[in-house]
Ligand binder design. Structure first.
Ligand SMILES: [Zn+2]
Ligand SMILES: [Zn+2]
Length: 143
């Protein structure tokens, strides 16, 4: 991946790109995520129509989101953004913090992230094996 010509520093900050299935919404995330996890909660299952959700968390200032999104609030403080054309989930915004979640599966690159914990493991499909990472029965404990 190349950066603009103005990147004059010795260490090039990693930029990872991703977006929705149809390409109408795209994003760029700079640097490494704050954390990476899996969530098995019912909201994530339903929102992604998937057995579980893999996600990355970035500081909002490190993410550039391009394209109009639709959104719904699964909690009063949590906006789930999606592409209005193809319906893909593209971002989750915790309005109580400066964090933004980008779904692991929305990134263009496969194998870029390794989950560091699992949430809502009580909702995990019985055929899925736990990863060798902290297992939270519900949300991640506040740190
Ligand atoms: Zn789309
Ligand atoms: Zn969840």
């Amino acid at each position: 991946m190349t950066r603009g010509a103005c990147s004059g520093t010795m260490i090039d900050t990693k930029i990872r790109e991703g977006g929705c299935a149809c390409g109408a919404v795209r994003f760029k995330a700079e640097g490494e995520p704050v954390r990476v996890g899996l969530c098995h909660c019912m909201d994530c299952r339903k929102a992604h129509a998937s057995a579980f959700m893999g996600f990355t968390v970035y500081r909002r200032g490190k993410v550039e989101l391009n394209g109009a999104t639709g959104r719904w609030l699964s909690k009063p403080w949590y906006e789930r953004h999606f592409c209005p054309q193809c319906g893909s989930r593209v971002a989750g915004l915790d309005t109580n913090s400066d964090e933004i979640e980008l779904p692991l599966g929305a990134f263009d690159e496969v194998g870029a992230f390794i989950p560091q914990y699992e949430n809502w493991v009580v909702r995990r499909e019985p055929w899925l094996r736990p990863l060798d990472v902290p297992q939270n029965s519900s949300d991640r404990p506040a740190s």
